[in-house]
Every structure is written in C-alpha cells, then in structure tokens.
Design a protein around this ligand. Structure first.
Ligand SMILES: Nc1ncnc2c1ncn2[C@@H]1O[C@H](COP(=O)(O)OP(=O)(O)O[C@H]2O[C@H](CO)[C@@H](O)[C@H](O)[C@H]2O)[C@@H](O)[C@H]1O
Length: 773
C-alpha cells in the first residue's frame, strides 16, 4: 500500500522527467520515495528548470512540495531514517546512472543530427536505396514526372514519352465485345499504362497491379513517408537502440517531436510543400451532366465547376467529365475514339480535353449530345436515358483511355464522384462491368444527391437500355404508391455506390423522411451508414463582388466590404436603369433567381405579390423552366410594370448583376437540398429571406435583433403568409434600423463560404470509400 503513495508524485511531477520514473519500475516504495527526493534535486541540476517548468505549471515548487509529501509518507511508512549511509549509497548510484543516461542521450542527439544531414543530402541529390526497406528510390524518369503531382501538365512532354515507350500501340477495348474478351483487353490496357517501373519489372505482379501506377509513386513522393522510414533505419548501436526506446518513451512526445521537426525541416528545405491532402492524395473523377462555365442549368453545374478545383488545390489529381453539348473553347480533340453499345447500336464517342485551374476537363463528344447546349435535358424519357447510358459507359473508361497531360489516370487509387440520377448509372457500371470481373478493384464511387426529386424513373422495361446482366434488374426495381413497380436509376445508383453524399446536413436528414425522400427514403435509411451531408461552398473567384467580371460595365462597379455602401448603391442604380425600373435608392429592391419549378416556391411569391405591391418595393425575378411559371413572370411584369420585372431566360450575367444590385433575395423553396443563391447573395451583402428547409436552414441563421446576430430572415413553412411575415420584419429593419442592416450585410460578407472546408470533407468521404472493401 505504501508504494501507492509515491505513484501520484511520479506521474504528476515527473511528466517530463519520466526518464527517472522508468528506472523506478518494479522497485518498492521505500526506494522509490527516496529516489524521488533525489530526482527532484538532480532535475534542478541536470535537466534545468525549463524542462520541469514547462510541464508543471507550478514548476519546481511542485516538485519540492511533492518531495516534502513523500518524505512525510516515508516517515509514516516506518522507514528507518537513521541509515544515512545506505541512503547516500543509493543516491550516489542513482546520480551515476543519471549521468550515464544523459551521456547516452547526448549520443542519440548527435545521431539525430547525423540523420538530419543524411536526410538533407537525400533531399538535395537523390534518395539512395535504403537497406532493409523494400522500396528503392531512384530519381527515375517516371518519378520525376510525378513530382509535379498536383499539376500533371508540368513535365507532360516527358511523361508523354514515357507513356509512348510503354504504351506502344493504340489501345482498344470496350464492352461491345464479349465480357471475356473485355476482361483480357482491359487488363492489357492496364498493363500498357502501368508506370510503376518497379512493378512492371516484376513479372509476378498481376496485370491489374501493374495497371496501378499512382499509389506507388504517391507513396514515394509523400515526404511524410521518410518520417516513418528514418527512425527505424538509423544505424544505432545495440546499446543506443535500447536507450532510444527508453529515451523516446521517457521524453514522451518531446522526442517524437524532435523527429517530426526534422521531417518538417526536410520539407521546408525542399522546393515544394506536401499537398494538403497528405497521404490521402488520390485521383478523382467527377462526372456530371453539366459543368459551369461550359454548360449550366442550375446548381449542379456550379458544383461540378468548382468542387473539383478545390479538391485539386488540396493536391489531388482531379478530372471532370461532362458531355460535349457544343463547341467549347480550349477543349482539344485527344484523338481517342471509342465505341459503346446503346440500345443495340454502336455509338462512337470522341474525347476532348482541356486543363484549367489545375483540373482536367474531359468532354465526351457524340452526335447524341451535340447541339443540345440550350436544352441538355431535352427530348423524351428514352432519349435522355440513352444519352446517360452512353455518357456513363464512356465516362467509366476515361481513366484508361484518355491521356491528360500525356498520362492516363489509371484505375488504382481512383474515385469517381457521380452526381444525381444522370450519372447514377456510373457506380452500377463500375460494379457490373468491371469489379464483378476483377477489374477496377481499387476504384471507388461516391454518388452525390443534389436533388432527389428527379430520379430517372420509367417502366421496368427501360432496364433493357442499361445493357446490364439480368440479375441487376433488382437494383432498379422500386415500388411506391405513386408509380407502382417501376424502374428507378437513382435507386440503383444509391445501392451500388460506395458512399453517398448530399449537399447539406438538413437535407441529409430530410431525405430519410417519407416527405423528403420522394420514395427513396427506404433505400436512404438502409444506406445511412454511408450517407453524409456536406454543405456546398461557392466559387469565391467567380462569385465575388470585388472581382466579378459582370460588374465592370454598364454603370455597375466592383465592391468589397470597405466600399459596400457606395458600391452596392451604384450597382442597385445600374440594375434599376438596365431593367427600366425607376432609379430609387430608398425603395427596397427584392429579387428571385432560379429554375422555375414547383421546388422553388414561385407560387408562394405570386400569392404574396399583392401585399408586396402595397409595400413600396421593387421586385425582379429571373428564371426559366415550367411554361406556366414563365407565363406568371410575364404577367407580373405587365401588371406592375413600374415595380416588377420578370426576366424569362437564362442569363449568368443578369444573375450576377441582380445578386449585386438587389437588397433582399427571396427563396421560399418548398425544399432546398443546399441552395447556392442565398450563399452568393450573402457574399454580395444581399440579405436572404428564406424558407427554413434543407440547406437554407443550415446556411441562413435567423437575425436576432437583441444580439445583433444572424444572417437573414427565415420562415418555418412554405406559405405566403409566413413569407409575408418574415419579409415584413426584414423591410422594417431595412427602413428603420440601418445599422442592424449593415451588420447583417457585413456578417454575410465576412463568412468563409469557400469550397475549401467542403473539399476537405469530401476527401474524408473518398478516403473512407477507398479503404472499404
Ligand atoms: N435563369 C437563370 N439565369 C441564370 N442563372 C440561373 C438561372 N436560374 C438559376 N440560375 C443559377 O443556377 C444556380 C442555381 O443553384 P441552386 O443551388 O440555387 O439551385 P438548383 O435547384 O439548380 O440546384 C440543386 O443543386 C444545387 C447544388 O448542389 C443545390 O444547391 C440545390 O439546392 C439543388 O436544388 C445558381 O447559380 C443560379 O444563379
């Protein structure tokens, strides 16, 4: 029992001097207590104050007090106090031992500094083969090429020549041929594209292993790797080795920090910092039916245009695949042509490529997509379905066939991000055509739900268009009271994907309810383990009042937080003038921008219009979509020509100008998975009034006049009277509480709405998928 009395001292007071503590293991309390007494004084002499002080807030005082305590304990335990000689002997032995330990530690520090020199020379010249480690590193051509990892365009010429050497012939493979044939062809492709020199030389490696070039190089390039290699490979003497463990333990984190700091130094001495993603660097391919700025009908296009850039900034190699609906400047014909079967017909596709802002954009060209730029979801149900079948089939093989910067992505360490029902077939094809046949074993897929209301539904017979093995029909079959038994592409994609993301936390919750899941809530509940809500970011370059290219003419102006009042005033006047509204500075200017769809609650605005017109406000609505709702916009404008403008059409320029010039943005959406317009509005000092649903609830914190907090006004159900109530309070604040208004604007503008945080979260999802089997 007596030994228990010494333990608190050792643990608490010796947090930094655990070196001594280690020696005390297995000793009895008597010795321990006496040793501790000495330890405190030897610490004062040998280790210095700083070491004790920085761990123990009370510093040495703490030790002295504890020692007093232990002496008292010693007394109370009945230890002989008279045997001074014995004590001195023990003290002497301990001091000697301490000296030895210190000497050994000095030696270790010396070796660490030697190691530093070694690492520096590795870094500045080449990395020698490290004995005992299976990875040998020579600055091979391939690895040099890969050193431009986050910018694969760099060194593309050299990479191209490397590929040429290995990729002797034209690769042909697709699933027009039989599955058996496909498998061997595909393996061959992988072989040819295997850039892992070590593995290519290893005849025992499977063709698929040879086909995975990136993980190998990523690992070697990851300088963090040396942190783990180096400590084990130090040429330590046996004595020192055992000491090393002791000292490392003894010094607890501090020794480890020394090693880590060494590695940090190595990194900072190098030319380039490691990617933010660190060891998680992957090849990522996002496939979507639309992508801004090339083609956009709504928020999906924005996300496909900006999330990849944020992922690339984290160090990933990122590609976006989108149909080529029109001629897009910058996109070059890669010369790669493939054929895929759709509805029994061979369809040829050509791959175009552009490299912009660190991202590879691959456009799939086919007569099926051409000339659809202004109507990308146009045509009958079967037409759209066939287009998406072709798109997903062709997208799945892009990592094999399409060289970007001279080098294909390959299928190792690869993750696809599919978006909405249009590309929900992609996870299914990856499984049915490849994984089920032992191909693309290391490729994963994540399906993002931007809007569950559109699912790719049809009669069960539509399954034949998918060209999938018969047993796959079960993934697609769904029964619900509205549609009965039907074919549902989103359902199949959700089941086949390795992970599911949706675009806000609120929507992730709503999707699991029968009201919010639109018939897919059952599947989503079953998939809860792989579902995550990640709130969208915004492209802070495109949607930034300071740099917005649409504000540089026609009387508009760029503005920032510093020039908010004058800048916004000027933009408001320019907008009123451009649309032919009376230029009135004090009249609140309300706006709506969006797809004219039941989702967006245009009818709720319509119901509130008579009230609004009595409030001395102006209203601008920009949208396109359902013909009856387009007609409603025209009707408003003709009825209230001096106050309302209804712009029917799709105009990115007007969307930016309205966002800048308006005072208030209305978003009475019935449901809103995330919503981007309210984010853009806040970034421009335009105050949102929104239905608190999905992502709108997540992103617009209600104004609290008592605390002067919040970002806008929210209302709790999608009804005109609720909108009127919230808007009434908003207008009151606008007119009578100018300071509060400015506070709202400023808080909105100073948020970090960028994609960076969301990209980090996507990365976590991708990594989770990667390590899932
Ligand atoms: N007539 C017009 N002219 C010019 N620009 C127009 C326009 N109509 C709409 N836009 C633009 O399209 C985008 C619309 O994005 P939203 O996120 O608000 O809605 P959407 O429902 O399309 O997106 C879906 O996907 C996104 C992305 O995940 C989710 O945020 C959202 O909740 C979900 O419904 C904005 O950039 C807007 O400016």
């Amino acid at each position: 029992m007596a030994s228990m009395g010494s333990l608190p001292f050792l643990v608490e007071a010796n947090a930094d001097s655990t070196l001594m503590m280690l020696m005390l293991h297995n000793r009895n309390h008597k010795f321990s207590a006496k040793f501790s007494t000495v330890n405190a004084s030897s610490l004062v002499r040998g280790w210095g104050r700083g070491r004790v002080n920085h761990r123990c807030s009370r510093g040495l005082l703490c030790l002295v007090e504890k020692n007093k305590h232990i002496r008292a304990l010693g007394k109370s335990s009945g230890t002989s106090e008279d045997n001074q000689d014995e004590t001195d002997e023990v003290l002497q032995a301990t001091i000697e031992k301490s000296k030895k330990v210190l000497a050994l530690q000095r030696e270790l520090l010396h070796q660490i500094s030697q190691k530093k020199k070694l690492v520096s020379s590795i870094n500045s010249e080449s990395i020698p083969e490290i004995e005992g480690d299976s990875i040998s590193y020579e600055p091979s051509e391939e690895s040099l090429l890969m050193s431009s990892d986050s910018n694969p365009q760099k060194g593309s010429a050299r990479r191209a020549s490397a590929v040429e050497k290995q990729n002797g012939g034209v690769v042909s493979s697709n699933y027009i041929q039989s599955n058996e044939k496909e498998t061997s062809d595909v393996s061959f492709v992988g072989n040819d594209l295997g850039f892992d020199k070590g593995k290519l030389e290893d005849d025992n490696a499977s063709p698929l292993e040879k086909a995975r070039p990136w993980p190998f190089f990523d690992e070697k390039l990851n300088s963090k790797r040396y942190e783990t290699i180096m400590p084990d490979t130090l040429p330590l003497s046996t004595e020192t080795s055992s000491l090393k463990i002791e000292v490392l333990e003894a010094q607890n984190e501090s020794s480890i920090k020394v090693v880590a700091n060494e590695a940090d130094n190595v990194e900072s001495e190098g030319e380039k910092l490691p990617p933010l993603a660190g060891a998680n660097v992957m090849n990522i391919i996002l496939a979507a039916a639309e992508c801004a700025p090339f083609v956009k009908t709504g928020g999906l296009g924005d996300v496909a245009g900006s999330l990849p850039k944020a992922l690339a900034r984290r160090g990933h190699r990122v590609m976006v695949i989108v149909p080529r609906y029109s001629h897009y400047a910058d996109a070059q014909d890669t010369g790669v042509r493939k054929q895929y079967k759709v509805d029994g017909q061979d369809m040829e596709v050509t791959y175009f490529h552009a490299y912009i802002d660190g991202v590879d954009f691959v456009f799939i060209d086919s007569p099926n997509f051409r000339h659809l730029h202004d109507n990308i979801y146009g045509g009958g149900r079967e037409d759209i379905l066939k287009r998406m079948v072709l798109f997903c089939k062709a997208a799945a093989e892009v990592p094999w066939h399409v060289p970007c910067g001279g080098v294909c992505y390959g299928d190792g360490n690869l993750a696809f991000i599919a978006n909405d029902w249009h590309t929900a077939l992609l996870p299914v094809y990856l499984k049915a055509y490849y994984r089920d046949h032992g191909l693309m074993k290391y490729t994963r897929s994540v399906l993002v739900i931007h809007n569950i209301a559109h699912q790719g539904r049809g009669p069960v017979d539509d399954f034949r268009y998918t060209d999938l093995p018969e047993h796959y029909i079960n993934l697609f079959k769904l029964y619900d009271p509205v549609g009965g038994e039907h074919f549902n592409i989103f359902a199949a994609g959700l089941k086949a994907a390795d992970r599911i993301v949706t675009v806000s936390h609120g929507y992730a919750w709503e999707l699991k309810t029968s009201e919010g899941g639109w018939g897919l809530h059952g599947i989503i509940n079953e998939s809860d383990w792989k579902l995550r809500g990640i709130v969208n970011g915004i492209d802070t370059k495109d949607w930034n009042p300071k740099f917005d290219v649409h504000l540089t003419s026609d009387g508009y102006t760029n503005y920032s937080l510093e020039t908010l009042q004058s800048g916004k005033r000027q933009c408001k006047a320019a907008l009123q003038r451009e649309l032919g509204l009376p230029v009135l500075e004090d009249v609140p200017l309300l706006a709506f921008i969006g797809r004219l769809d039941q989702q967006k609650g245009i009818d709720i605005i319509a119901e509130a219009v008579p009230w609004m017109m009595g409030q001395d406000v102006q209203l601008i609505m920009l949208g396109t979509g359902r013909p009856d709702l387009e007609q409603l916009l025209r009707q408003f404008e003709s009825q209230h020509h001096d106050r309302i403008r209804g712009w029917v059409g799709f105009s990115v320029k007007m969307a930016h100008r309205i966002t800048a010039g308006a005072d208030i943005l209305l978003m009475p959406s019935r449901f809103e998975p995330c919503g981007l317009n309210q984010l853009y509005a806040m970034n421009y000092g335009t105050v949102p009034v929104v239905h608190a649903v999905g992502g709108l609830r997540d992103t617009v914190k209600p104004f609290n006049p008592f605390e002067e907090s919040g970002l806008g006004w929210t209302f709790d159900s999608a009804e005109a009277n609720k909108l009127i109530n919230a808007l009434g309070n908003c207008l009151l604040t606008y007119r009578q509480y100018k300071q509060s208004w400015e506070g709202l604007q400023r808080r909105g503008m100073t948020q970090d709405l960028s994609w960076d945080h969301a990209a980090e979260q996507y990365e976590e999802v991708l990594v989770a998928a990667k390590y899932q089997w």
